[in-house]
Write a protein that binds this ligand. Structure first.
Ligand SMILES: Cc1cc2nc3c(=O)[nH]c(=O)nc-3n(C[C@H](O)[C@H](O)[C@H](O)COP(=O)(O)O)c2cc1C
Length: 174
């Protein structure tokens, strides 16, 4: 298993994937850290819909025009939904889980990319979340935040250079 900082440094958004499925062991390894995510008041107001059917991956890729097209080529799409009825800070809970998933993918040697759904529109001006809701037949209390596309990487993206870290964004209170 890789060192934590190594995983953090190596993680980049990967948008091209090989056309091979993930094994069920790989999916378990990928998702286990996600279930350890912290959540407000420990309420875990997040649910995950795992999609690996090609036709549904293709459909989901159209929920977010242009910036979600890579979903069609992914081995797995994890639709991250907040439960608004469980927590008023479901967006935070879901975002923490999504971040954990991106890091877990890197740790597993896979590539992944966040596709934003909440507050994003389709070309006709309708919410992308509505399209996802219809495609997956989500319950009214499930609100899709984002979709994480995952697969075996078919592109290499170098880590961000350490010189580009903007330390000026951080300072001790004087
Ligand atoms: C909240 C959020 C929304 C994002 N939405 C998208 C998206 O819809 N489509 C996409 O291709 N990438 C999306 N990304 C990935 C960013 O474009 C990417 O993280 C950023 O360009 C930095 O590149 P890196 O992830 O390789 O470090 C999103 C990332 C975050 C955190």
């Amino acid at each position: 298993m890789a060192d934590f900082l190594d995983v953090v440094k190596r993680r980049r958004s990967i948008r091209k994937y090989q056309d091979t499925p993930l094994s069920s062991d790989e999916v378990v390894a990928l998702m286990t850290p996600v279930l350890y995510s912290p959540s407000s008041k420990g309420k875990q107001a997040v649910e995950f819909i795992l999609v690996d059917q090609k036709d549904m991956l293709e459909r989901l890729s159209q929920a977010k025009p242009r910036f979600g097209t890579m979903i069609a080529g992914a081995a797995l799409a994890v639709v991250i939904c907040g439960r608004m009825d469980i927590s008023d800070v479901w967006i935070e809970d879901a975002s923490v889980a999504a971040t954990m998933l991106l890091l877990s993918a890197e740790n597993c040697g896979l590539g992944a990319c966040w596709v934003q759904i909440r507050e994003r529109l389709q070309e006709d001006g309708s919410p992308a979340s509505l399209a996802v809701r219809d495609m997956l037949n989500l319950a009214p209390e499930q609100e899709p935040l984002c979709i994480i596309a995952v697969g075996r990487r078919a592109q290499e993206v170098p880590p961000h250079a350490e010189e580009d870290l903007r330390w000026e964004r951080m300072k001790f209170l004087e």
